[in-house]
Ligand binder design. Sequence first.
Ligand code: GAR
Length: 192
Amino acid sequence: MKKDLQSMVNVAVFASGSGSNFENIATSDLPLSIKVLIVDNKDAKAIERAKRLNVPYEIVERSGKTKEEFEAEILNVLKDKNIEYILLAGFMKILSAEFIERYDRKIINIHPSLLPSFKGKNGILDAYNYGVKVSGVTVHYVDSGIDTGEIIDQEPVVLRDDDTLESFEEKIHEAEYKLYIRALKKVLEVKE
Ligand code: GAR
């Protein structure tokens, strides 16, 4: 599918770490214009990716600020950019209910488990340690709970007896790259 400038949807991506999901979205054929990548960590590898991909980025760190100040700074970065969706891609801060209400059903998250199982920061490790035979990936709208918002789509990942944590992680990430694009196509009503 060709990107058509007329019908591009403006988004912001939020990330805290490696940014591989951010890069996957940025290099996809989705009709998205990433107006800004927001990172809450100056050492995030995502920044290198943004530079390489020519995506504008802003570092907004949380330390030394109240949550209100942190979020006000983020809102300030977003203002005047006509942002239609915020895509969380490994963003490890919990947004306040006030922030989420401003973008009701406009914030989308990817989580590395089949929700509602294994919520929280360590979805991959928790599922692995539990010994599940099937886990997976979820893309969902963000609501004021933690990993509780309406599910948009899910992709299962089978754990084989010979999988290590590393090989399982790799499978999860591969599933994420496929699922985030598929889920966004659904949200944006992009025809295949
Ligand atoms: C991804 O596995 C994503 O699902 C997870 O962080 C990783 C970020 O990787 N997110 C969460 O656990 C959110 N609770 P990336 O920085 O390479 O995209």
